[in-house]
Ligand binder design. Structure first.
Ligand code: AMP
Ligand code: GLY
Length: 421
């Protein structure tokens, strides 16, 4: 079968590679993709928001399955548009993508169905939000209601910081419409992990878990980003906790979406935190995590095309995962996540790509090789019998090149491992 992947980041590169590996998949297309995916897929120069053009392409090319990577087209209704003309597409409809698109919706859902999460309140007036912050005290967390590319969350250690975040988001419209409403929540302390599942018509296939590093700098310091590196498995989270999270969070959430009349199909991403009172939800996403997809999908041993076909046909499938450990480090442009300059040359990636798995995100081809074209540029991963081995391999590879104008965290995996110098 022919498969079309929608999106252009490292996550989509991982989805592309996984389909390419599948014997059941004859050809992978990606729209709009990026230059770094050329060896793995046919690049289709159609924007992810041009639904009509994408639909025409899928019909003309005889695409058997379209797989949507990013949240933006999902919240804009790409699945509804494809389904209307009878095309097979994997992802939530617009009314189900709200679980990611509106934090207020997700919080209300969890409250109604007693799914464990932080206590919260929602505001669209600065004065009321400030009064609430003063009443609750710090630490406290301020979140833009809508999409903000992973940057709309401020974990405020002081009341002042929280108040400034509210003034910036509501008052200065820091994220436009996305922050005209904010959710203010209780600060939760504990180990975070990403628990993603394939969901279709009430069937749930949980994936192996991963941990992302969301802060820009070493030691989990600095501003929140889309994610600076990830690894899987996460040994500090026991199977018992994963099973508990599946029973108390994933299953009831899928059932809740059914009860609400907005059944969920797609990747349900539960961003969880293991508190003293058990796992609680930090956020839901309606798609794969980036960079979690890049490490988790490498552990999938089954044919991805056959699995997707079985899932969408409601046929039982024995989905298999490897015992191997995978660890990935993001190469970002200097200045990310605040302000970056595009066009700087990356080192020659030829050698690195023979020893490591590379996932292109913000890269562009030039006459002299790849140049940076965005905040997160590349994810470099290694596989090993354990995380330590995978971590050593990644950093040994990265040390072979000079990364002027770019930076990467030197401590990905530190919550499990001592940092490799
Ligand atoms: P989010 O975009 O909602 O995943 O938030 C980004 C990051 O902010 C999370 O990965 C956490 O590290 C942190 N965070 C979000 N909500 C909370 C909370 N209620 N308590 C503590 N940290 C949080
Ligand atoms: N890595 C976190 C996310 O994709 O939202």
């Amino acid at each position: 079968m022919k498969v079309l992947v929608i999106g252009s980041g490292g996550r989509e590169h991982a989805i592309v590679k996984q389909f390419k590996k599948a014997a059941s998949v004859e050809q992978v297309y990606v729209a709009p993709g990026n230059d770094g995916m050329k060896d793995d897929a046919i690049i289709v120069p159609i924007a992810q928001s041009s639904f009509d053009e994408l639909i025409n392409f899928a019909i003309t090319e005889g695409i058997a399955l379209t797989f949507v990577g990013p949240e933006q087209p999902l919240t804009e209704g790409i699945v509804d548009a494809f389904e209307e003309v009878g095309l097979r597409i994997f992802g939530p409809r617009q009314n189900a993508a709200k679980i990611e698109g509106s934090k207020a919706f997700a919080k209300e859902l969890m409250k109604k169905y007693t799914i464990p999460t932080a206590a919260y309140a929602t505001f669209s007036q600065v004065e009321e939000a400030v009064a609430y912050i003063k009443q609750q005290g710090a630490p406290i967390v301020v979140k833009a209601d809508g999409l903000a590319a992973g940057k709309g969350v401020i974990v405020a250690m002081s009341e002042q910081e929280a108040i400034e975040a509210v003034e910036d988001m509501i008052g200065n419209q820091r994220f436009g419409d996305s922050s005209s409403r904010v959710v203010i929540e209780e600060f939760l302390d504990g180990e975070e992990f990403s628990f993603m599942s394939f969901v279709h018509a009430g069937q749930i296939y949980p994936m192996v878990i991963a941990q992302d590093h969301k802060r820009a700098y070493e030691g989990d310091k600095g501003p929140n980003t889309g994610g600076m590196g990830a690894y899987s498995p996460v040994p500090q989270i026991s199977q018992q906790v994963i099973d508990e999270a599946f029973e108390t969070i994933v299953k009831p959430t899928v059932a809740a979406m059914d009860s609400e009349g907005t059944p969920f199909t797609g990747i349900l991403y539960a961003g969880l935190i293991l508190t003293a009172k058990g796992p609680k939800v930090i956020e839901f996403n309606a798609r794969f995590g980036d960079p979690e997809a890049q490490v988790v999908l490498q552990r999938m041993e089954s044919d991805f095309g056959l699995f997707m076909d079985a899932l969408m046909s409601n046929v039982k499938f024995d989905l298999k995962w490897s015992e191997q450990a995978v660890l990935g480090v993001v190469i970002a442009s200097e200045g990310y996540p605040v302000k970056v300059e595009n066009g700087h040359a990356l080192p020659d990636l030829t050698n690195l790509s023979t020893t490591h798995e590379l996932f292109h995100a913000g890269t562009k081809a030039s006459a002299e090789g790849f140049v940076g074209n965005g905040g997160r540029v590349l994810l470099v991963t290694s596989t090993g019998d354990n995380l330590k081995e995978a971590q050593e391999k990644v950093y040994a590879g990265l040390q072979q090149s000079s990364w002027e104008h770019f930076f990467f965290r030197k401590d990905i995996g530190w919550r499990t491992l001592t940092t490799v110098k």
